[in-house]
Design a protein. Structure first.
Length: 155
């Protein structure tokens, strides 16, 4: 007789059933529209999350790539980061995971780790996200990200 699937994992805790929650994410294909200007919305959100750090990056791009500077403010922050489907904490943790996985975005990671703290993430949550990336992005990427986190996180 064949053993039921996953019987060999009997020492692991039983998965928790998801709790029904009110769904706030947008419907697939739904267009999210805003009543305010995307540049203004992006600049406001960027300032709230990163303080002066992201604005310094944007100013530094204005002379060589003004379009990229605009895309960061208008698209990245004004359109994507401002969407209603995820809260700011979740977006910042996802951003930290992506930047960690890239393995070569330490300056941006520094800005977003500070942004995660500003959004209410706990230092241990940030470290756990980076540790999770060791499995999927490799130990070198996680080690590099932890070195950046060490510079930003309070001791």
């Amino acid at each position: 007789m064949k053993a039921p699937p996953f019987e060999y994992l009997s020492d692991l805790p039983t998965p928790v059933q998801p709790v029904a929650r009110e769904h706030h994410a947008t419907v697939p294909g739904e267009v999210v529209s805003y009543s305010d200007d995307r540049r203004e919305r992006g600049a406001r959100l960027m300032r709230e999350l990163t303080g002066d750090a992201a604005e310094t990056v944007v100013r530094g791009l204005r002379d060589i790539a003004p379009d990229l500077a605009d895309w960061i403010v208008e698209f990245a922050y004004g359109d994507v980061m401002a969407r209603p489907g995820l809260d700011r904490r979740s977006r910042q943790l996802a951003t930290i995971a992506a930047l960690t996985a890239l393995g070569n975005a330490q300056p941006q990671l520094k800005v977003h780790i500070q942004g995660a703290l500003n959004a209410g993430c706990k230092p241990q949550e940030i470290v756990e996200v980076i540790l999770q990336m060791a499995v999927f992005a490799g130990f070198p990427a996680a080690i590099n990200a932890l070195n950046v986190a060490r510079e930003v996180l309070p001791r």
